[in-house]
Structure formats: structure tokens, C-alpha cells
Ligand binder design. Structure first.
Ligand SMILES: Cc1ncc(CN)c(N)n1
Length: 214
């Protein structure tokens, strides 16, 4: 079993709970309550801010130029297509400027911010990768429903297509290969450290979906 598959299997409880979450069924049905969607997107925008900072750390700590190029291209997508999606969705949901920029930060969002800062501060490529891969692989896993119809409202539909398009799929495939390559070259302590970051990230993904319904 590859290192990435092993880590996913070790965390299958939280992983499967997140991928099969009520939010996922509701977004495919176009039936997420607007208040829930608004809470989700305002918190997620704070997640994305720190996520881009962690991408910067992955660019800095990667062991080869080819990897830096991949991450840079992905950062360009997040800061263009994904960022404008957030702005258009906030407009559609009537989210005022203050809530877009400085919402009250919830516990799972704060947990993610801390996790991403901790991973960045290790200066360790495998640890940065472990957090990034959970965020993108887990999202591809819930969004990839071959043949499923898209909901009519762009707020729902585009959040799905941002996470199941061919470019995203190929980035996740590359990320998994990257973690497998770096994991194979790491000693036991290095693998355990990356594994601990992976575990924290999967638990937070589940908590993040859960808490928007509180
Ligand atoms: C909490 C969370 N996890 C993952 C993703 C996917 N980029 C996201 N937008 N938000």
C-alpha cells in the first residue's frame, strides 16, 4: 500500500464521515440552506487565506523546481478562479464586507489556522504536504461523483466543479505521488510526523462540516 493510501486507511473513520457528510448530499441536491452556506463560505474564506500561505511554504521547502512549479500554478488558480467564486457567492448571499474579511472565527477554523501555521513552522516539506493533501484529496473524494447532475444555483454548482475538474483531479494525483515519493525517502520519525499532521487535518475536515450545522 502506498504511504498516502496507508494514511487515508488509518483515518478512515473521520475521512468517510467527511466525504459522506450531509453537506455533500445537500450541495449536490442544491439544497444547502442559505444560512448554512453563508456560514460555511465565510469561515472557509479564512481557511483559504492560511492555505495559500501554507502553499507558499510548500514552494519554499520542496526539494525540486518541478514541484515548486506545480504548487505555484495551483496557488494561481486558488487566488484567481476560486477567489472570484467567493466574491460572487458572497454577493449572491448578501454577505457584508466586514463578514467577508473579519468574521468571528469558529473553533474548527481556528484549529485549521493553527494546524497550517504549525505545519509551515516545521520547515519540513513532508509535513506541509500532509496538510495540503488532505484538504485537496478529501475534497476531490466528495466532489467526484461521475454522472451526477449539477444543481442550478452557481453557489452550489461551482463549489462542486472547483473540486472535481480535470485540472484539480490531476493536481491531487500528483500530490499523492509527491507524498508517496517524499514518504519513501523519509525515516520513521519523519513519516510519523507527517502522519500526525495528516490525522489532525482529517479530524478538522470532519469538524468543519459538522459545525456549520450547529
Ligand atoms: C475546510 C476546507 N478543506 C478543503 C478545502 C479545499 N480546498 C476547502 N476549501 N476548505
Amino acid at each position: 500500500m502506498s504511504f498516502s493510501d496507508e494514511l487515508r486507511a488509518e483515518n478512515s473513520g473521520d475521512w468517510n464521515a467527511a466525504v459522506g457528510h450531509r453537506f455533500v448530499d445537500e450541495i449536490f441536491a442544491g439544497a444547502v440552506d442559505p444560512g448554512v452556506m453563508r456560514r460555511y463560505l465565510t469561515q472557509d474564506y479564512q481557511f483559504v487565506d492560511r492555505f495559500v500561505a501554507l502553499l507558499g511554504m510548500a514552494i519554499a521547502t520542496a526539494d525540486q523546481f518541478e514541484s515548486r512549479i506545480r504548487f505555484s500554478q495551483f496557488a494561481a488558480m486558488i487566488t484567481s478562479d476560486e477567489n472570484t467564486y467567493f466574491q460572487r457567492a458572497f454577493d449572491a448571499l448578501g454577505v457584508p464586507a466586514a463578514e467577508r474579511v473579519h468574521p468571528v472565527i469558529t473553533a474548527p477554523t481556528a484549529g485549521f489556522q493553527q494546524l497550517m501555521q504549525d505545519a509551515a513552522q516545521t520547515n519540513d516539506y513532508a509535513s506541509c504536504l500532509a496538510v495540503l493533501i488532505v484538504a485537496e484529496w478529501l475534497y476531490l473524494s466528495w466532489a467526484d461523483r461521475p454522472g451526477a447532475a449539477l444543481p442550478a444555483d452557481f453557489v452550489h454548482a461551482e463549489w462542486i466543479t472547483l473540486h472535481n475538474n480535470d485540472g484539480f483531479r490531476s493536481f491531487v494525483t500528483w500530490l499523492r505521488g509527491e507524498l508517496d515519493r517524499i514518504g519513501a525517502a523519509s525515516d520513521e520519525a519523519g513519516q510519523a510526523r507527517a502522519g500526525a499532521f495528516f490525522k489532525r487535518a482529517v479530524a478538522l475536515e470532519r469538524a468543519f462540516f459538522d459545525h456549520i450545522y450547529d
